[in-house]
Design a protein around this ligand. Structure first.
Ligand SMILES: Cc1cc2nc3c(=O)[nH]c(=O)nc-3n(C[C@H](O)[C@H](O)[C@H](O)COP(=O)(O)OP(=O)(O)OC[C@H]3O[C@@H](n4cnc5c(N)ncnc54)[C@H](O)[C@@H]3O)c2cc1C
Length: 408
């Protein structure tokens, strides 16, 4: 049986690895339009900042693929899926048959409908090619003495990218529409602490900033905001979220909403076709994060080789901000809107520490941990296991209380 995977990101590679483990020697082929073997997208940040070389971001050497008999067709875009014929039509004119197919085509950056985004110097960051283009434009700006840069979007990726640009020597202003940073990961109180910490790295913020036009003649020269302010910039990096890459599935006649609709077994509406990762919409959710892609890909792969053998039950969302010297992890429910929750907090602005635990029925169901990584594994475990912490409630956030003792 031939398993074919479109997409060589974390979902695609996890599925390939799972299939090769469950059925050693299985025939597995991956098609990817990128010219590179699998690499870790989060490492693009360190590559952009000059902290990693290109060869450091590839995950596996060629022997890894050969040992598992995984054949990867690099630089090969799939143009269409012929569902009745069970084959792929490739952009280079080739064709490829499949018995089971996994759509792991991911997502792409959202581009806000602004005048001027086609100008030179306006970028998004998703791939190695994007990072290379941003790096070389940044070097040209610095050589020309243009140090100002704008980062549009104060989300996780935006803040990490802003820090990377600052490490290159650029003066970065982050524009964020919302009233505080990372609204999905921190509450307003935590956001103030976070912003102070990032400002210490030399990054400036404009909150409540709605961009209207990208200014410039040949290349970008700045951003005009709705309040008529102009922020100068020789480089603009837009980090305004992602949209699932659903076009291929739509043309193939699969059921699609914001993502490709999948059931608990990661099956799409078409027989023998599965989807996982940023492209898959499960129970109306499209978190577009790595832990979800990994869990979904494992389930999809198991069902591709043995239908009905695995079920996806959802993933507790957990995200970490990776800005040097700053640790922010947020897990599960962080700002409950309904009654029945209890919130425990600890704030130490001088040390840049903000910790919050959200409890329901005596169990931790969510947490914000800013400025302290040491509690992350234990808190994650408490949430996943649904451990009752009532007996320790008053000591949970004490500096000298080891959460691991709860499990003993
Ligand atoms: C810079 C950066 C940092 C990030 N950091 C984090 C982080 O710290 N934590 C976290 O949880 N998430 C992070 N993310 C998000 C994370 O990378 C995504 O959730 C993850 O990559 C999704 O994996 P995927 O396999 O579903 O899709 P993708 O990684 O998008 O892979 C899909 C692949 O399919 C290819 N493809 C698409 N269409 C076709 C076609 N028709 N034919 C052939 N190939 C095709 C694409 O080119 C791509 O290579 C980050 C993203 C970026 C860009």
């Amino acid at each position: 049986m031939k398993s074919v995977i479109i997409g060589n990101g974390i979902a695609g590679i996890t599925a390939a690895r799972t299939i090769s483990t469950v059925v050693p020697g299985a025939q597995i082929e991956i098609y990817t339009d990128e010219p590179h073997p699998y690499y870790l997208r989060p490492r693009l940040i360190d590559f952009l900042a000059g902290r990693l070389r290109l060869e450091d971001i590839y995950a596996y050497p060629p022997e890894w693929y050969a040992k598992r008999r995984i054949v990867v067709h690099l630089g090969t875009r799939v143009a269409e899926v012929d569902v009745p014929g069970k084959r792929l039509l490739l952009e280079d004119g080739g064709k490829a048959s499949y018995d089971r197919l996994l759509l792991a085509v991911g997502s792409r950056p959202f581009l806000p409908p602004l005048e001027g985004i086609d100008k030179e110097g306006f970028f998004t960051l998703r791939s190695i090619e994007d990072a290379l283009a941003i790096k070389s434009h940044a070097q040209r700006c610095l050589l020309a003495g243009l140090r100002e840069a704008v980062l549009m979007g104060g989300g996780l990726l935006g803040l990490e990218s802003a820090n990377a640009l600052a490490s290159l020597g650029l003066h970065v202003t982050v524009l964020e529409r919302g009233r505080w940073l990372l609204p999905r990961q921190v509450d307003q109180e935590g956001s103030v602490v976070l912003q102070e910490q990032i400002e210490r790295l030399g990054i400036r913020f404009a909150l409540g900033a709605v961009s209207e036009t990208i200014l410039g003649n040949d290349g970008v020269s700045g951003v005009l905001l709705q309040n008529a302010m102009t922020i100068p910039a020789g480089l603009i990096l837009c980090s305004a979220g992602v949209r699932s890459s659903v076009d291929l599935a739509k043309r193939a006649g699969l059921a699609v909403d914001k993502g490709v609709l999948v059931d608990d077994q990661m099956r799409t509406s078409a027989e023998h076709i599965y989807a996982a990762g940023d492209v898959a919409e499960w129970e109306g959710k499209l978190p577009c994060i790595i832990p979800v892609a990994i869990e979904q890909a494992r389930v999809a792969a198991a069902n591709m080789v043995e239908p009905g053998s695995a079920t996806y039950h959802g993933t507790v969302p957990s995200t970490t901000l990776k800005v040097v010297g700053l640790d922010l992890t947020s897990i599960g429910v962080i700002a409950p809107q309904e009654e029945g929750y209890e919130e425990l907090r600890k704030l130490d602005r001088d040390r840049g520490v903000y910790e919050k635990l959200v409890l329901r029925d005596g169990c931790v169901v969510g947490a914000i941990l800013l400025g302290d990584r040491k509690r992350v594994p234990s808190v994650t475990k408490l949430i996943k296991r649904g451990t009752d912490v009532s007996a320790h409630r008053d000591r949970l956030l004490d500096d000298d209380f080891d959460l691991e003792t709860i499990f003993q």
